[in-house]
Every structure is written in C-alpha cells, then in structure tokens.
Design a protein around this ligand. Structure first.
Ligand SMILES: C[S@@+](CC[C@H](N)C(=O)[O-])C[C@H]1O[C@@H](n2cnc3c(N)ncnc32)[C@H](O)[C@@H]1O
Length: 266
C-alpha cells in the first residue's frame, strides 16, 4: 500500500458526535468531546520486552494488528471487544498518525498505536506466550524482485508469531493477492491449524479494512482465514522447521499494482 503522504490539514476536521466515513463506509465509533479523548500513541517506544499490564493500565488479553494502516480494523475490533487490549502497528508514521488521532478522538483506552515493524516488534518487544491474537490484513505483496525480502509472512516470522501467542492463540490472515494466499496456505499449516473462511466478515460486509473496501469495490477476491497455534510444536521445533521451509519468493502479479495506485490516490 502507498498511503497518502500527509495528513491533509485542509480537510474539515470531524466534529463531536460525527461519524467519519472513508469511501462512504463509516469508520467505527463517534468523535467525543476533547475532555473524553484517550492517549493511544506512545511518546517513545519502551526498550526491551513490553509489559502489557503497564502499557494498558490493566490486565487483559492482547490483540496485535500488524500493518494496521489507518487503523480501521484496530478501531473496529477494539470497539467490538472492549475486554481485549489492542496494539496496532505499522512502519509508516503517517498512517499511524491517522490511526492515533481516530483512536484518541473516540476515547478508546484499550488501544495503543506504534510505529514499528512486525518482525522487530515480535522479536524484540513481545514475551513468549503473551498475546491472544495476531491480525494481519493485506500484508504488502511487494512486486519488485529487489523488495521481496520485505514480505512479512515468512517461515521465520511464523515462528515468531507462534512463540508470541498464548496456547490456543490465533493468527488471523487476509489478503487480496492470490499468490500470497497460495504461499500462506502452503506454509502456515506447519505452525498453525489454518481454517479458510468464506465471504466477507459478517459485521463488516463492505470491508473490515481500507484495503479490503477498495479491493471489494474492484471485484477482487478476498482470501482470509484464522490459524490456531499448534500447541504440539515447541519453539525449538518451530525454528528448526522454519529453516527447512521456502522463503516467499512467489510472483505477486504486477497487474495488481493498479489497486495500490488507487489506494494511494483516494
Ligand atoms: C496494503 S497495506 C494494508 C493496510 C491495512 N491492514 C488494510 O488492510 O487496509 C499494508 C500495510 O503494512 C505496512 N507494513 C509493511 N511492512 C510492514 C512491516 N514489516 N511491519 C509492519 N507494517 C508493515 C505498510 O506500511 C502498510 O500500511
């Protein structure tokens, strides 16, 4: 995805009580008066392993949305499931600024947003067995050969996800890229029990994320599934396994770039 480069200050700011829309689709939650706003941004990323209880000020199951973009999926999940704490992360500061503003204005105390890569987050900041769910919606396929080593879903990344999740924990995966999905279906079952899901998410039929909304409007198929952690696999076995599995070197089909251009324009 190539998101808009800047927050457009010329846009009218949403008013208290207003329901914001993107492509005509409401962004979950309402804008609250300023005195009820939350603080969903980190001033500075804490070094070392993160203590979820300290970060959220309570003890609750943790959901991480990796590559959360402008935060639509994180917001909707946090509103639908107030009993979970949600961390949305992305490598692009501009999208995290959008997400943070939306989380703050909706007074959502069960969300934090941070600028950090998915791999770095799991390997440096997440303790073993401390996360209930990891969500990944439309990871970038990266079309150019020189960039394919940036693809997020790799055997090594899956060992990190497997290690980070609690027993019975879930990885949720979604993409509109058929080649990426084929790779996911081949590799993920080594670490997780993958169940492919049909049709749109029942509570968000027009799309749970910005990218899904655009892809659906352009008639692209959406592939999604939930993957339950294989608890019979030890961390060491997972690492050993990952060394023997192929990297994601698939051809992502450059024709699908058209959608990225649409996404960055809108
Ligand atoms: C195609 S967009 C999808 C955004 C959002 N999940 C959606 O479905 O609308 C992919 C997002 O992943 C982010 N991203 C790419 N590589 C990443 C990484 N290694 N860690 C975290 N985020 C990453 C990009 O900056 C971008 O915002």
């Amino acid at each position: 995805m190539s998101p808009p480069r800047k927050l457009k200050s010329s846009k009218p700011q949403p008013q208290v009580g207003e329901i914001e829309r993107e492509f005509g689709v409401p962004i979950p939650g309402k804008i609250l008066p300023a005195e009820q706003w939350a603080k969903t941004a980190f001033k500075k990323l804490p070094p070392g392993l993160w203590n979820w209880t300290e970060l959220f000020g309570r003890s609750a199951p943790i959901v991480i949305d990796i590559g959360c973009g402008n935060g639509r999926s994180t917001l909707s999940c946090a509103i639908a499931r107030p009993e979970f704490d949600h961390l949305g992360i992305d490598i692009l500061p501009v999208v995290i600024r959008y997400a943070t503003r939306r989380g703050n204005q909706r007074g959502l105390n069960n969300i934090r947003f941070a600028v950090v890569g998915g791999r770095e987050l799991l390997s440096e900041h997440v303790s073993t067995g401390s996360v209930a769910e990891i969500h990944i919606y439309h990871p970038q396929p990266y079309y150019e050969a020189a960039k394919i080593d940036r693809r997020l879903i790799t055997p090594e990344f899956l060992t990190l996800a497997h290690r980070s999740l609690v027993p019975d924990g879930k990885l949720l995966l979604q993409t509109d890229n058929p080649s990426y999905w084929r790779y996911i279906k081949k590799i993920v079952p080594f670490f997780f029990d993958l169940q492919e899901l049909d049709g749109p998410w029942p509570e968000t039929p027009t799309g749970r994320t910005r990218r899904e909304i655009i892809a659906r409007r352009h008639g692209l198929p959406i592939f999604r599934g939930t993957a339950q952690r294989r608890d019979d696999l030890s961390v060491d076995e997972a690492i050993h396994l990952a060394n023997a599995l192929p990297a994601p070197t698939f051809n992502a089909d450059r024709r699908l770039r058209r959608l990225d251009e649409i996404e960055s324009r809108s």
